[in-house]
Write a protein that binds this ligand. Structure first.
Ligand SMILES: [Zn+2]
Ligand SMILES: [Zn+2]
Length: 243
């Protein structure tokens, strides 16, 4: 019991540290250089950041619990046994996990935009139509449990090593925090030649609510017709205005 509490604390520390370090780095990066010039919309954040930070940290505690649950289930023989860790197995299971989590997140996120679930759970995340990096995990607790249940059940889907799954969660934390910062990233490769999503993608989700539901890739929104029709045009416009 004591070791479980210590493990949870270590996981929470890692996730919270990643969230805070990414948020602080973005405070600097969005005030200078290319990212400063790539501001997507005029900002008017209605709540002070400490509220978003407090709620995000609480939800990161829940996510640490979900990761720990999956790890303990796997150690007890449930789900797939983890593949022996090697560069090849790490790359393969990380790539598979990106696709699986994106699928889980897309469909659970669409579900959270329906009726009772939106009104009582997901509306909290949409309280701000102008998110900041600190808004990343500002969700109702049950919203977090639904959209992030993947971290506990991934072991039933792929033979992923707990270290690789944790690496994926840290990656998700960094990209999720960037996705709320309101400034497009430098460069043109991402969002144009690669299928990875951009800040513009999730910023449009907060602006309009009923489009752009995915988190890692553009596939599901394109396939299901939920990609904002002017997504690429807006992205190109931002990149051309601030190369
Ligand atoms: Zn969001
Ligand atoms: Zn949403």
């Amino acid at each position: 019991m004591k070791s479980a509490a210590l493990e949870w604390l270590a996981l929470f520390g890692l996730l919270a540290g990643t969230y805070l370090a990414t948020g602080l780095a973005l405070r600097v990066l969005t005030q200078t250089g290319t990212m400063a010039r790539r501001r997507l919309r005029e900002r008017s954040h209605p709540t002070p950041p400490w509220r978003d930070i407090r709620r995000s940290l609480a939800n990161l505690g829940l996510m640490a619990g979900l990761l720990l649950t999956g790890r303990y289930l796997q150690a007890a023989g449930f789900g797939f046994a983890p593949m022996a860790l090697s560069p090849l197995s790490a790359v393969l299971t990380f790539a598979a996990s990106l696709v699986l989590f994106d699928t889980w997140f897309y469909w659970s996120h669409r579900l959270l935009h329906t009726g009772w679930l939106f009104k009582h759970l997901h509306a909290e995340h949409h309280r701000t139509t102008h998110p900041t990096a600190w808004s990343t995990n500002n969700d109702a607790a049950l919203d977090t449990l639904i959209a992030h249940l993947y971290w506990a059940i991934a072991i039933f889907l792929i033979p992923i090593h707990p270290g690789v799954l944790l690496f994926h969660k840290v990656y998700d934390q960094v990209t999720g925090t960037i996705g709320h910062c309101g400034h497009e990233m430098p460069g043109r490769v991402n969002g144009r030649w690669l299928p990875f999503l951009t800040v513009t993608h999730h910023d449009q989700h907060h602006e309009r609510f009923r489009c752009n539901y995915a988190t890692h890739f553009i596939f599901w929104d394109t396939l299901c017709g939920t990609l904002a029709p002017d997504y690429r045009a807006r992205l190109d416009g931002i990149m051309e205005a601030a190369p």
